[in-house]
Design a protein around this ligand. Structure first.
Ligand SMILES: Cc1cc2nc3c(=O)[nH]c(=O)nc-3n(C[C@H](O)[C@H](O)[C@H](O)COP(=O)(O)O)c2cc1C
Length: 220
């Protein structure tokens, strides 16, 4: 799967099949997380894999009762080590850089799970104290997110996403000087794909018409 397609077609999955995920896939997903950028390459995160039924149940409960999480055979909890970033970058490291690095790792894991044919969901709503307790976390660590992983048992529609013109400014806030539609539209990967696919379809249809006409002429 091409990277852009994997990014575009990834969905948050909240219903999973009762089927185990091969360990190789879990490792590949965590490798993808490992390669995420981090400030000063500190990689101040740990990934905790949870498979046991009892713990997944407790985690789902601690995630404001998102019971559907129990259907995912794997939970990966992304735990940050803010004290490491604080040593180098002070408060900015402990807060901003740590959160951003973990978010990059989580996104890498979501994309790679999808590219492996698995479903995943990023969970940010949880009672941190509860997760701390369930996982025996040391005091200085902080829970950044939980990823549910498994084989998807649903095909969610693409949720509404803003058009790119609505989220891009040029040169300054509200800068609308560039003809956004032309520049962002026709040069975007998405539109290029649509044009390429339309060309292919037109060619296929043209060939079908040719064949049809040929057959008709032959029968005359
Ligand atoms: C920081 C963050 C926290 C999230 N927390 C939850 C959550 O607790 N439960 C949930 O079901 N989805 C959660 N999501 C997933 C979003 O609901 C989802 O990404 C959004 O609805 C768009 O859908 P999509 O991922 O299919 O594009 C979270 C996503 C992010 C980035």
């Amino acid at each position: 799967m091409e990277v852009f397609d994997a990014i575009r077609t990834r969905r948050s999955i909240r219903k999973y099949k009762d089927k185990q995920v091969p360990w190789d896939n879990i490792v590949s997903i965590m490798q993808a997380g490992k390669y995420a950028p981090s400030a000063g390459n500190l990689q101040n995160w740990k990934f905790i894999v949870v498979k046991s039924d009892a713990k997944r149940k407790a985690i789902a409960k601690a995630c404001i009762q998102q019971d559907w999480m129990e259907t995912a055979p794997i939970h990966i909890i992304v735990v940050a080590e803010p004290e490491k970033a604080e040593r180098y970058y002070g408060t900015r490291g402990a807060r901003l850089y740590t959160i951003q690095g973990c978010a990059a790792a989580i996104q890498n894991m979501l994309i790679s799970a999808h590219s492996l044919g698995l479903g995943a969901c990023w969970i940010g709503a949880f009672d941190e104290d509860e997760i701390w307790r369930i996982l025996n976390l040391p005091e200085e660590k902080s829970v950044q997110g939980i990823i549910t992983i498994g084989y998807s048992d649903e095909h969610p529609e693409v949720p509404p996403k803003y058009r790119i013109e609505h989220m891009v400014f040029f040169e300054k806030w509200w800068g609308r000087l560039e003809p956004a539609k032309t520049h962002l539209g026709w040069w975007s990967v998405y539109n290029k794909r649509i044009v390429d696919e339309s060309k292919k379809l037109a060619k296929k249809t043209g060939n079908k018409i040719k064949e049809h006409v040929k057959k008709k002429l032959k029968n005359k």
